[in-house]
Design a protein around this ligand. Sequence first.
Ligand code: ATP
Ligand code: MG
Length: 173
Amino acid sequence: MRITRLRLAGFKSFVEPADLVIRDGLTGVVGPNGCGKSNLLEALRWAMGETSARSMRGAGMEDVIFAGTATRPPRDFAEVSILAEVDGRETEVVRRIERGAGSAYRIDGRDVRARDVGLLFADAATGAHSPALVSQNRIGAVIAAKPAERRAMLEEAAGIAGLHVRRREAETR
Ligand code: ATP
Ligand code: MG
């Protein structure tokens, strides 16, 4: 899987729609403290299905919606779209949250479950908990991780996390 584009609207500090094309090779995001660099990485993780508000540095999931400033009113929804090449095919994953209404996901325009988005990324050995996404507090977390947590990180990296999701699904039937 190769992520080629990230679009945000109303997500955290990205109140105006933002459209980022991610080209081949290394991409750097630079800017002063507080300009939204970490928010971009969080947007990726969120659209991949992150369910922990705390790991998005919020108290509740609606905290990802633009909260307003002294000069701008808050928004009532946030939407993030990831465009990716999966097995040579272009796929769009969209997550949207509305105040009071929770999250909804779409893959290529079709309404899907959070689990479908989770499987899509897990099969591509990536996703909200991918070891490839290293946030500012993650290095310390890896060092302090319990053996089971470290195993989960290794399984994500080895690309077998999708199998566990399917096994859990099969076991609960
Ligand atoms: P640093 O270089 O310090 O790591 P950064 O570029 O990673 O900074 P972020 O942490 O991505 O910056 O952005 C923080 C900014 O996002 C803060 O100004 C904060 O007020 C703003 N922000 C976070 N959530 C929201 C929200 N829901 N609504 C509006 N602004 C928000
Ligand atoms: Mg940061």
